[in-house]
Design a binder for this molecule. Structure first.
Ligand code: 5GP
Length: 221
């Protein structure tokens, strides 16, 4: 029986969890907590042309590239999805970050905007699960953006300016959580992840397992 369970685990199809939120909602922290607690989910490191913020690490938070390097990725068709951001920087998800994991039952977590989530849904359909985090209030959001102390006043105003536009896309997402409390939000997302893992379409090994059960039942009779 153990052998069968192990085989089942291996043939499970990975899911793509996309988390989006207006900047300052605490998305980065939530993502870090989810990854820390679960070895079966891998972060998809995006490519960006924006400069690193304090504490951000190359290859961990992003692959930081120049416009020229980004253009090369575009020419090579290396992106699963990409977006020229409203902040004047460009972002993209490399195919190499995704494909090899999904097929061996490894889930992948994406920090991605609504435009990217749309593209992913088009390409990967049911493999994609989208989660939107809302801030508890705009006042709180501004406080968090300013408290971060990493973006200039101009960038903060720009980010504040597009927040309403971003929020208008909340109803394109499968799950919506108001991030009022970090630990509660993390727990809610963990529940979503474990529920989605159990969906029949993801458990592609079930057919064989049920076959074995039926065979065993017949032998038992
Ligand atoms: P930030 O510059 O604050 O790290 O990210 C700005 C926005 O770009 C966020 O909404 C983030 O989710 C989004 N983003 C980061 N990486 C990607 C990506 O690979 N694709 C898309 N479409 N959006 C991304």
């Amino acid at each position: 029986m153990d052998e069968i369970i192990n085989r089942l685990r291996k043939v499970r199809k990975g899911a793509m969890f996309i988390i989006e939120a207006p900047s300052g909602t605490g998305k980065g922290t939530v993502i870090k907590e989810i990854l820390k607690a679960d070895d079966n989910i891998k972060f998809s490191v995006s490519v960006t042309t924006r400069p690193p913020r304090d504490g951000e690490v190359e290859g961990v938070d992003y692959y930081f590239v120049t416009d020229e390097q980004y253009n090369e990725f575009l020419e090579q068709d290396a992106f699963y999805e990409y977006v020229d951001s409203q902040y004047g920087s460009r972002y993209g998800t490399l195919r190499s970050e995704v494909d090899s994991f999904i097929n061996v039952g490894q889930d992948v977590l994406f920090d991605m905007d609504w435009a990217g989530a749309r593209q992913m849904r088009k390409k990967a359909g049911d493999d994609v699960v989208t989660i939107y985090l809302l801030p508890p209030s705009v006042k709180e959001l501004r406080k968090r953006l300013e408290g971060r102390g990493t973006d200039s006043k101009e960038v903060i105003e720009k980010r504040m300016g597009i927040i309403l536009d971003k929020i208008s896309h909340w109803d394109e997402f499968d799950y919506v959580i108001v991030n009022a409390n970090l630990q509660e939000t993390v727990t809610k997302i963990q529940k979503i992840i474990s529920g989605e893992r159990m969906r029949r379409v993801r458990q592609v090994g079930l057919k064989g397992f049920v076959k074995e059960l039926v065979k065993e039942a017949k032998e038992d009779a």
